[in-house]
Design a protein around this ligand. Structure first.
Ligand code: ADP
Length: 323
């Protein structure tokens, strides 16, 4: 491998810049050249490609978002679009790609890599933590800390008014942010899609004497059709349990922003260096993961196909710690 291309795609996540920096510097350290591809697969097709030197990634480790920008790209889902992308890679002499993104990005990478027998290594960049084979993803810890800070603030007003707050957090059908966010912020409960499928979490919460001993309560709800989101849950409470004074807060995009935490910066840097090592080692079609603080290679097929399970011990921990 002589020239590596880097792109960020799909939803942005804090720590992506730290990953871009690490990939760039590690590739240059190993004698390769680097090209930054802007706006994900879209910029690959439309030729938004720039030579990257070590200075291109100076002073970015602390910045949220992604300097390479990101985009959704419908053309990349078609064989014609992917052929255009392949032609651009050839034109620029890019002979391997590091793709940073979530489930969609890695799905695209997997299809492309197979179609053209082209080496791609992926980095898990998503606040949702919903990729299988890695304990955590880049951006998750920062988002979790942001959620914790927001819930701390809402708690001040919730206790002043004796209110029941439903706070919706992101997760795209995964409950990691809601569950760990609830534990970290001392919330009473979390309503998450993984468990909504099994039982009526709201009914159980209220039957268990929820809020008997407390004047105000905070419940985190993962955004998802399965949970109904914070609005859906609140509407149900107003109908079925009108004794509660209910409020809803949807945290939204602020969860994506902000300077990455130390954990996210370190994770992104380790994974970025590991991605270049993996390419030098002729690895392809693998995502960098972290398990028990060791870097592991997870085949794309595993990372995207399997649903990452919620750790059940956390459910119990939240239940006990919120009595
Ligand atoms: P994320 O990577 O955060 O999950 P998306 O799901 O939006 O974000 O995916 C990002 C991009 O990856 C899409 O806009 C598209 O270009 C590409 N992609 C997603 N799914 C596929 C697919 N099945 N085939 C090819 N490309 C895909």
């Amino acid at each position: 491998v002589k020239c590596i291309g880097i792109l960020t795609s799909g939803g942005d996540a804090p720590g992506m810049n730290a990953a871009i920096r690490a990939v760039t510097r590690s590739a240059i350290y190993n004698g390769m050249s680097v090209k930054g591809i802007y706006r994900g697969y879209k910029g690959l097709i439309t030729d938004e490609i720039e030579d990257f030197k070590t200075q291109n990634v100076s002073n970015i480790i602390q910045r949220g978002g992604t300097i390479l920008k990101t985009a959704r790209c419908a053309e990349f889902k078609t064989p014609e679009g992917r052929k255009q992308a392949y032609d651009k890679l050839m034109e620029h002499g890019i002979d391997a790609l590091v793709a940073i993104g979530g489930d969609g990005t890695l799905t695209g990478a997997r299809i492309f890599a197979q179609e053209f027998n082209y080496p791609i290594v992926g980095l898990p960049g998503t606040i949702d933590n919903d990729l299988y084979g890695t304990d955590i993803t880049i951006g998750y810890d920062t988002a979790l800390n942001t959620i914790m800070e927001c819930v701390d603030k809402i708690r001040d007003t919730a206790t002043s008014h004796d209110r029941l707050f439903f706070i919706e957090v992101m997760g795209r059908d995964a409950g990691f942010l809601a569950l760990n966010g609830a534990i970290a912020s001392g919330a009473e409960a979390a309503i998450i899609p993984e468990i909504s499928l099994e039982k009526d979490q709201l009914a159980e919460m209220i039957e268990n004497g929820f809020r008997k001993s407390k004047n105000s309560s905070i419940v985190l709800v993962a955004e998802s059709e399965v949970t109904g989101g914070a609005m859906g849950v609140a509407e149900r409470v107003e109908r079925e349990y009108p004794q509660f004074d209910v409020r809803v807060s949807i945290l939204g995009h602020l969860q994506r922003g902000g300077s990455p935490t130390a954990q996210d910066r370190i994770l992104a840097t380790r994974m970025g260096v590991a991605a270049v090592d993996a390419l030098l080692d002729d690895q392809r079609n693998v995502m960098m993961g972290i398990q028990n603080d060791e870097i592991v290679y997870v085949p794309f097929s595993k990372a995207i196909k399997n649903d990452k399970p919620i750790n059940r011990e956390l459910l119990n921990t939240l239940r006990i710690s919120s009595i």
